[in-house]
Design a protein around this ligand. Structure first.
Ligand code: ADQ
Length: 734
């Protein structure tokens, strides 16, 4: 059975020591919960770092830890203190984290950090490679391991790899700042499925892929040689029932059994039943907008003296990354703000901000969720934010109001929250008032809608959905490759070819015999290609025809003196071996003066694009233009031309990064059949890469061997992935 393995920076356990004896403490985080539900079902391993620096323990101690973890299906990747410093604290938390959360001013660009990142990713990949069985699945998590997918794929192409990014993927303009942007993207593109919390992150990612590599992207599919890579949004959920059930237990707990936190909270309300509580919970991180929140709360108290003594903010901040300078500064800023608010508005009976700088047990967390009237969640950037979901799940009587930043991924699923821009402290201040004064009925209406959504798409559904998509992309990939010419098929085709007495071979040029370049003038045949053509044409039974959209002057020059026939401009012109150019179709170019200005205006507005003028067609090339702009303009151009061409019997052809306008009714299929009329061929073969070649594939007799170059849908009977594969195949025929 195929297995599914999980790879993440941390394993789902922490190591505890009772005197010198190690033990395991399962982590309660959302990821551990979600993954437990899948990797155990699939009988796989979890590969990760156990959380202790390996050089602080003896080899025997490490073995003990490894053995304990192995019993739980975990494989340990050991990291030294130095590696943790340069890889985790360095590149992960001082380079990727600030950059991806739009804090470029905090980014460290140290090449030693980068080198450590590469080396540690290698360790994770190697450990994973050790456990992989044939055709297994791997799911890699988060920004610490962006290079792992490619490292695995390179050595094991049979493995289907999923990757999920838990933090935002930034806009290209921010991502491009990174010196190692291409390496990171290449690393990710080793995966078959790349998941994000939101469509926005997916969009940013695809845009970076398009701009940095120019790969072809079809909706959310990236095509690279013979691979299809899927990008998609999977908003991570929580273990909804766990929170809802815990909250319901808390409500039923008899007075005497209540926790200290619970009693303290009740005491607060006992003093005045009209009192309100606002809750905020996060790791102490600059992306969470904690100072913004405190300043907005300060403003609220300043502007609403009627709420003095009536509303408090409980602020829980989990210590995080406290050896990084920006976190230390943030801590001081938060301490100061809390002190200042409490100093200004507090008294013996009233503390405006209750500030806890520590982690809390699950039970206390849910008590806070279930007893707070408002949740104030105001990150300046957040991949998702699970706290928001946990608050909603814990509101079992459907009251409570969520004030939520529009910069958190979770906002996409919580349209019913009071949504604010965290940088606008006045807006946040007004939202606090709105939340405190929201009528109960409206609270219930909004909360019920959010609960329904979150309950349905919980962390189990999320994990299952991702794994389902991973299996589908695997099948999709297989379907695409179904027509691929394998060694066996190749042998059969060569056999048929050898038996034939007269062979008609049609070869498209660009994208088939020769790869694309920015400038179409630079792709004349190279020595290898010339040699290949010579070999093919020296065989008596072969009649080779180059069939292309190119103009007759260019193709005529390139193939001068070669033993090939030429069909140019999609079938307007034919030049038989030793003969002169003859016109195959009745084409006219009287329409050109009318269409040319339209195309010229696109050249002017799209830097890097240009116009090619053939005898009977006009071609706008945008391969050299900025990728997204090019695609956009191509769509515009098509729309603009549609009306014009219909009235003048013209056709718009879309090739690979080109839009071509030409006389209607002329195509490669008609031209090839015309050519075949006087020939008694008992073997016909055609190869081509773009949709102009589909005419050829469709119109040739059924017995013809038609071969599509690339992995897109085609009416051809076979596929070859690349120009290199085409040449290799032709060499066998030669
Ligand atoms: P985080 O930045 O850690 O995660 P978040 O999604 O809010 O942010 O998760 C925090 C978790 O820690 C919650 O489950 C919460 O209950 C818990 N927690 C917070 N404060 C606590 C406290 N004082 N005591 C105990 N537990 C506490 C990253 C990304 C997020 C993304 C997640 C998951 O930054 O954007 O949502 O991964 O993909």
């Amino acid at each position: 059975m195929k297995k599914l393995h999980i790879v993440s920076n941390r394993l789902p356990f922490s190591i505890t020591y009772d005197e010198d004896k190690p033990g395991l403490e399962p982590s309660v985080g959302g990821l551990a919960t979600g993954m437990n539900s899948v990797y155990k079902d699939f009988n796989g391993k979890w590969i990760g770092w156990p959380g202790i620096a390996s050089d602080t323990k003896s080899p025997i101690e490490l073995k003990q830890v490894e053995a304990l973890l192995a019993k739980e299906g975990c494989e340990s990747v050991h990291l030294t203190a130095h590696e943790v410093e340069e890889f985790y604290e360095g590149f992960c938390n001082n380079t990727i984290w600030p950059l991806f959360h739009y804090f470029p001013q905090y980014v460290d660009f140290h090449s030693e950090f980068w080198e450590a990142y590469v080396a540690v990713n290698r360790k994770f990949a190697d450990k994973t490679l050790e456990v992989l069985g044939e055709g297994d699945y791997v799911w890699v998590h988060d920004y610490q391991l962006m290079l792992v997918p490619e490292m695995i794929k390179r050595e094991r192409p049979d493995i289907t790899i999923g990757y999920f990014l838990h933090i935002p993927f930034p806009s290209y303009e921010v991502f491009r700042i990174l010196p190692w942007r291409k390496e990171l993207l290449k690393g990710l593109l080793g995966a078959d499925l790349i998941g994000f919390h939101t469509y926005d992150y997916e969009r940013h990612f695809l845009s970076s892929v398009r701009r940095l590599f120019g790969y072809e992207i079809n909706f959310n599919q990236i095509h690279i040689d013979d691979r299809i890579i899927l990008a998609d949004a999977f908003p991570m959920g929580i273990d909804y029932d766990k929170f809802a059930e815990a909250a319901s237990r808390i409500h039923q707990t008899p007075l005497k059994d209540r926790s200290e936190v619970h009693r303290e909270l009740e005491k607060y309300f006992l003093m005045d039943p009209d009192r309100k509580l606002i809750l905020s919970i996060d790791r102490l991180d600059y992306s969470k907008g904690i100072p913004h929140r405190l300043r907005a709360f300060n403003k609220f108290l300043e502007r609403h003296p009627e709420y003095h003594g009536k509303v408090s903010l409980i602020m829980l901040a989990v210590p995080s990354r406290n050896n990084v300078i920006h976190y230390q500064r943030l801590k001081s800023e938060v301490d100061e703000l809390v002190g200042s608010i409490n100093g200004l508005y507090g008294n013996i009976n009233y503390t405006p901000v209750w500030y806890f700088y520590r982690s809390m047990p699950f039970q206390n967390l849910v008590e806070m969720y279930s007893m707070s009237d408002v949740a104030l969640i105001t990150p300046v950037r957040d991949g998702m934010n699970l706290v928001a979901k946990e608050y909603v799940a814990s509101r079992i009587n459907q009251t409570g109001v969520m004030v939520l930043s529009e910069m958190a991924g979770v906002v996409k699923e919580m349209g019913e929250a009071v949504v604010i821009n965290p940088n606008d402290e006045n807006e946040t201040e007004r939202a606090i008032l709105q939340a405190l004064e929201m009528p109960g009925e409206e609270q219930v209406k909004r909360m019920t809608a959010m609960q329904k959504r979150l309950k349905r798409y919980d962390v189990f559904k999320w994990a299952k959905d991702f794994v389902g998509a991973l299996q589908r992309v695997n099948r999709l990939q297989k379907d695409f490759l179904a027509k691929k010419i394998t060694d066996k098929i190749s042998e059969e085709l060569v056999g048929r070819y050898k038996k034939a007495k007269k062979r008609a071979i049609f070869l498209d040029y660009d994208g088939t015999l020769k790869g694309f370049k920015d400038n179409p003038q630079e792709v004349q045949p190279d020595a290898e290609l010339e040699h290949l053509i010579e070999e093919l044409t020296s065989i008596e039974q072969n009649v080779v025809t180059i069939i292309s959209g190119r103009d007759k002057e260019t193709l005529g020059r390139w193939f001068e003196g070669k033993q090939v026939n030429l069909i140019c401009e999609h079938g307007v012109w034919l030049k038989r071996l030793g003969g002169d150019w003859e016109m195959l179709a009745n084409a006219s170019n009287s329409w050109m003066p009318m269409i040319r200005p339209v195309l010229d205006s696109y050249v002017d507005r799209t830097p890097g694009s240009f116009l090619e003028e053939k005898n009977y067609s006009l071609v706008w090339h945008f391969r050299g233009a900025e990728a997204e702009l090019g695609e956009l303009r191509a769509k515009e151009l098509r729309d603009e031309l549609t009306g014009l061409v219909a009235n003048h019997n013209l056709e718009i052809m879309e090739g690979n990064k080109v839009v071509e306008v030409k006389t209607g009714g002329i195509n490669k299929g008609a031209a090839a059949n015309n050519f075949l009329m006087n020939m008694d061929a008992d073997f016909i073969m055609a190869m081509g890469d773009d949709w102009t070649d589909e005419f050829l594939f469709r119109e040739l007799p059924d017995t013809a061997v038609t071969i599509k170059v690339g992995i897109k849908h085609t009416s051809a009977s076979y596929k070859l992935e690349t120009v290199e594969a085409v040449r290799k195949f032709l060499k066998q025929l030669a």
